[in-house]
Design a protein around this ligand. Sequence first.
Ligand SMILES: [Zn+2]
Length: 570
Amino acid sequence: MINKKVADILYEIADLLELQGVAFKPRAYTRAARNIESLKEDLAEYYDGDRLQDIEGVGKAIEDKIIEMIETGKLEYLDKLYEETPKGLIDVMRVPDIGPKKARKLYDELGVEDLEGLREKAEKGEISKLKGFGDRTEEKILRGIGMLEAVSGRHLMHEMIPLAHEMIQYVRDHADRIETCGSLRRWQETIGDIDILATGDTEVIMDALVGFPHVEEVLARGETKTSVRLIGGIQADIRVVDSESFGAALQYFTGSKEHNVRLRQHAIDSGYKLNEYGLFDKDSQEKVAGETEEAIYETMGMAWIPPELREDHGEIDAALEGRLPDLVTTDDIKGDLQMHSDWSDGRNTMEEMVREAENRGYEYIAITDHSQGLTIANGLTANDLEERMEEIEHVRQNTDVRILNGIEVDIKKDGSLDMDSHVLEEMDIVLGAVHSNFAMDASTQTSRIKEAFSTGLIDIFAHPTGRKIGEREPYALNMNEIISAAVDHGVALEINASPVRLDLDSLDARQAMEAGAKISIGTDAHGIQHLDFMKYGVGVARRAWLECEDVINTYHYEGLMKFLEGRKNG
Ligand SMILES: [Zn+2]
């Protein structure tokens, strides 16, 4: 279904027009978007039948735009709107709870043109004096600005990792050795630039890089370093170093800064000096390692530390004491425990999801469509679930992949579940999730979730904090209490692998593991291509020091069943 995608773009147009202070038109776009969203039939069918204008609110102008989107996958009008709207104002609009109308008002009445201006007015307390802006808003606005600034100039993993890998593939044949470094190699949840390190003939490597098809502009080309701007404004830097120093440079440019500071101190304490060229004996100045990272760590008496752990969160001591974790890898993953089919808001049929799971070599998947209360996602009633069961039975006959009959059930405001308990008891797997009433205070929100756990019906608590990176802050929550309730009730906590969520984040996931909670890494796929998000979830899990036994979807089918049943009987 392309309905959601088209509707989202129409909403975006409405927002930009509203921000520009245009009258009436925004409402027309919003109305068309809403109607398209609630269509049962695929918009493509309307297009094929030449009956787009049958949709309420779609006149000639909007019809033309829908056709352009369907035929070209782009919309010139949207690009034009972005071009003529000041970037700073768009940033202001994106602050949670502001939106286009309030952003316009802030501009008209206080002259706010960008985030800096907004912060100034919020700090001076001028915003709460405006009509329609409450007292609490200023505090919230300041937090929202902080969140946006934290991600500004940074990109989500799924924008960066495939692009970096494509670039490496492209340059690889021209280099002797080549590797990504920086935050990308550490699988940090957002990434600034693509940093690449290589050895070989500098001229040849730089020429190859500059010829990479996604390069839009060469920013600087030097003796050892070239910087380019790629599509989407992403910057990539490539450095060419001597092969005797490759390991030292890789270690140095991978970071993090905190890890490197600690490691250099350890080098000094052990009679060495460490820099980007190598590890040197302090007295003789002789180079004792540098060609490989492994040799550098080993010479200093410790095991090689996986990049995901290099944050100065105890990894150096663990490496010295030989107790680094045996981190989970994508190869360990046996199945995916969160995905949506076209029974709710997924784009693909169950059959198509299963084929993709087969391609990935999975043993099992859970189909976890939304429950009825989530009408915007076409949530399922008990009746729908019965009908869906027939399709599951049918698909099961043609595959070796075990299909778990699952649901992502809404946790309601009072902590009760959005489906009768006898229906949930019949399911193979139940994910509980919060999709509404985000604005509660921490203790109310925590009680709500604990109440849901205490029903004994939830196997996995999905996207536990509700955050969306750069879009929505986590709801207020007492994480310690949630983790200990999860341990008490045997509920697994999810690392949602969707790159905009990555929820739990690595710090919370590590805390959960240390407290004895189990983790499920689920992609929350709404289409077959999203099953590929698993690697981002695994990246978070590795940053959280997780091993296979901590992650229930590394278990073989029987092991997973044992976990689920043990939970129900315990
Ligand atoms: Zn959800």
